[in-house]
Ligand binder design. Structure first.
Ligand code: CTP
Length: 403
């Protein structure tokens, strides 16, 4: 793929993996990209600016103030706004932490914080630093800002230890970048409606009936659609996950009835709708106005069925609209999912596996099968929810191009 006309900023922080960046720069320049290198001061210990400047055909930038004596400075806002993509590689634990928490004490961080473009991050560090809860949390935060993480791989590390923490190879990062620009166009102009998270059905002002859904799968879908150029409306049940992406409009709802209303407000205009939310099937018939006191030995709640949102959409869906549901089954999984697909008039149904302990609620990974209307079933291995979201949109895209 040609990267002609693409402005890519590569931010290099101070890790040993920085020595691999010249190879990546060469690949990008060969593909036609304009590459601007920005280094943190610490990165100078690992790779020479001269090599990078020569390969990128541009001076390397490090300081906010370009020439102290002349009073000129490197305009971080302008740099950031010209970029089509900012890649931070290698991203050390320190740089990840500063990015996650909005610290801006060098040029690279000020450019990152001024960015309007998508951001890719390829972490690299020793295995214990990579596994540390602080780093995991920072990576989660950066992901929640809509950034694309290129996970570190397993291998021999600079310390001599072996484990996760190796920066992904330059050739693979290059493929991710070209893939990103190819994909970006795939859903341009499409409107995508996604639901995510649980619903909370109020019993009284302080109690509710809910479920363990974290919203991670639906949020991964929303981000993937946005990265592919779609305008996304995400109807999100109560979750602590944060989401901040230019192409994603978040509509927060609490309960199944509100989710029903929000979805129906946007469905008509949506080209693709994916119901990933774990909607409560039952809701208390009455919500007590005041907190229920424990005066009695027992408490009975009368529950009524919520409206099945997906079924209601299947009934009004136009031929051109794509409607995708999720299913979770404990027995005769595929058979039941296939029945649901037909009954709810869906184009695809994504069957969550209950057999893998690392899949489903709250995990970052999921194992699914995608069932098609023609009876085809695609089984996938355990993957990150981001990868599962990619698989789902790959299937949708194939369907769109065939239609
Ligand atoms: N769903 C919905 N509205 C509801 C309940 C579920 O739109 N009130 C959607 C979910 O978002 C999911 C799909 O229906 O995409 C399947 O949900 P699931 O709970 O597996 O199936 P149900 O249709 O509720 O059937 P059952 O629980 O009887 O298996």
């Amino acid at each position: 793929m040609s990267l002609h006309g693409k402005n890519i900023i590569i931010g290099i922080s101070g890790g040993i993996a920085a020595y691999k960046i010249p190879l990546l720069v060469r690949l990008l320049v060969k593909a036609g990209a304009q590459v601007q290198i920005i280094m943190t001061p610490a990165a100078h210990d690992f790779v020479t600016p001269l090599t990078l400047a020569t390969l990128s055909n541009q001076p390397v930038l490090t300081d906010l103030v370009a020439r102290k004596d002349e009073g000129t400075w490197n305009n971080h806002v302008q740099l950031a706004q010209q970029a089509d993509l900012i890649l931070i590689a290698p991203a050390t634990a320190n740089t990840l932490s500063k990015m996650a928490h909005g610290q801006a004490d060098n040029l690279l961080l000020t450019v990152y914080m001024s960015a309007k473009s998508p951001v890719m991050i390829a972490p690299a560090m020793d295995l214990d630093m990579y596994a540390h809860p602080a780093t995991r949390h920072n990576i989660d935060l950066l992901q929640s800002y809509g950034h694309i993480i290129i996970p570190a791989t397993k291998g021999e590390l600079a310390s001599g230890l072996t484990g996760y923490g190796r920066m992904e190879e330059p050739e693979i990062i290059f493929e991710q970048i070209t893939g990103f620009f190819e994909k970006k166009k795939l859903l341009t102009g499409q409107k995508v409606l996604i639901t995510a998270g649980p619903t909370y059905e109020a019993i009284d002002p302080v109690r509710f009936i809910g479920n363990h859904s974290s919203g991670k799968m639906g949020i991964a879908l929303a981000k993937e659609a946005a990265q592919r150029g779609a305008r996304v409306v995400l109807v999100l049940g109560p979750t602590c996950m944060q989401i901040n992406h230019n192409n994603i409009e978040v509509i927060n709802v609490q309960n199944a009835a509100q989710m029903y209303d929000a979805v129906h407000r946007y469905f008509n205009k949506a080209d693709i709708t994916i119901m990933a939310a774990a909607v409560a099937d039952f809701t208390p018939q009455k919500t007590a106005k005041h907190k229920i006191k424990k005066t009695n030995e027992t408490l009975s709640l009368q529950l009524t069925k919520t409206k099945d949102i997906l079924t209601s959409l299947g009934k009004i869906k136009k031929d051109k609209q794509i409607l995708v549901g999720f299913a979770m089954e404990t027995d005769h999984e595929k058979e039941n999912a296939q029945k649901k697909l037909i009954k709810k008039n869906l184009d695809f149904i994504v069957l969550n596996s209950l057999n893998n302990p690392h899949a489903g609620f709250k995990h970052d990974t999921n194992q699914v099968s995608i069932l098609l209307r023609n009876g085809d079933i695609i089984d996938y291995p355990l993957k990150t929810k981001t990868q599962v979201a990619q698989d789902i949109f790959d299937v949708i895209f194939e369907h769109l191009t065939k239609a």
